[in-house]
Design a protein around this ligand. Structure first.
Ligand code: G3H
Ligand code: ZN
Length: 286
């Protein structure tokens, strides 16, 4: 069934665990995430980034409608989230397209401007009963930019600043920069667990980890146990899909039916989804 992101994140936080949110780009991604969640018997978030909307020729509704239809029929709870929104126009489409939550991303701006833009977005979101996540600090590697040095001073989220930001903006959750980076194709990120402990002590909202594709299983489990309540995974699905299709086409140079390779791509993504969900489930303190 279709549920809200707020309830999934709240429930995960109460269990000292994390809900996984997967970025969807095609119908195959939608079906794979739902199938993987069903096989792991875990709730999941389907998220559409502003980037993905751009790829879909600027149109949100076709993918959103497909995601909502898949969520409604799913055997596990599924929520819809709009990810990395920078455009106010896209933000305003969220409720009508079936999303219960948004991540408003003004993290590229200096602190005061990030706060002002995020506070306005949060006021609007709450007036429409949307749950809203924002980002402070900089999780690098967005929009095909060279990955930021995640260890550079200034890139990490400062706990005192984060506390002031959350209080003043009124957001429901905060994406924090603790060493992960977007679009990593190797799982080699090292997280700053001491900083995570300080952040979760300083803040009373759930914390979100972006760029989770580059985070090894053990690090991901430790983050979930240490205060991260939502983990965002995108690139790992594309690695799985593209790798499986590449292998299939190399082995079947005569193939022409797109359903054959889309099938193997979808199955590979579903296995990746189930794998992440099992790691998070296993990380729960008993
Ligand atoms: O918001 C989306 C995520 O942060 C995905 O990052 O593609 O590196 O897994 P990733
Ligand atoms: Zn992200």
């Amino acid at each position: 069934p279709l549920v809200t992101t707020g309830e999934l994140v709240t429930r995960a936080a109460a269990r000292h665990s994390a809900v996984a949110a997967f970025n969807i780009i095609t119908l195959e991604h939608v079906e794979a995430v739902v199938a993987g969640a069903e096989s792991a018997d875990a709730p999941v978030v389907l998220q559409v980034s502003e980037n993905a909307v751009r790829f879909r020729h600027g149109r949100l509704l076709p993918l959103a409608r497909a995601a909502a239809a898949a969520a409604e029929r799913a055997a596990v709870p599924v929520a819809l989230h709009l990810d990395h929104v920078q455009s106010d126009d896209l933000l305003r489409q969220a409720p009508g397209a079936g999303f219960s939550s948004v991540m408003y991303d003004a993290s590229r701006l200096p602190y005061a401007e990030n706060l002002a833009a995020t506070r306005a977005a949060a006021d609007w979101a709450h007036s429409r009963s949307l749950w809203i996540e924002a980002e402070l600090g900089r999780v690098g590697g967005k929009d095909g930019q060279a990955p930021l040095d995640a260890h550079a001073p200034g890139a990490r989220t400062d706990p005192d600043e984060a506390r002031a930001f959350v209080t003043a903006s009124g957001v429901d959750a905060l994406a924090v920069a603790i060493g992960s980076s977007h679009a990593m194709t190797t799982r080699t990120a090292t997280l700053d667990h001491a900083l995570l402990t300080r952040l979760s002590g300083a803040l009373d909202v759930p914390l979100v980890l972006h760029g989770s594709s580059g985070v090894p299983d053990g690090e991901l489990a430790a983050a979930a146990a240490g205060g991260i309540a939502k983990v965002n995974v995108g690139t790992a699905l594309n690695i799985a899909m593209t790798g499986a299709i590449r292998e299939f086409l190399a082995a079947h140079p005569e193939a022409v039916d797109s359903r054959q390779y889309l099938d193997v791509g979808r199955e590979a993504m579903a296995r990746t989804v189930a794998g992440v969900l099992r790691v998070l489930e296993a990380s729960r303190p008993s």
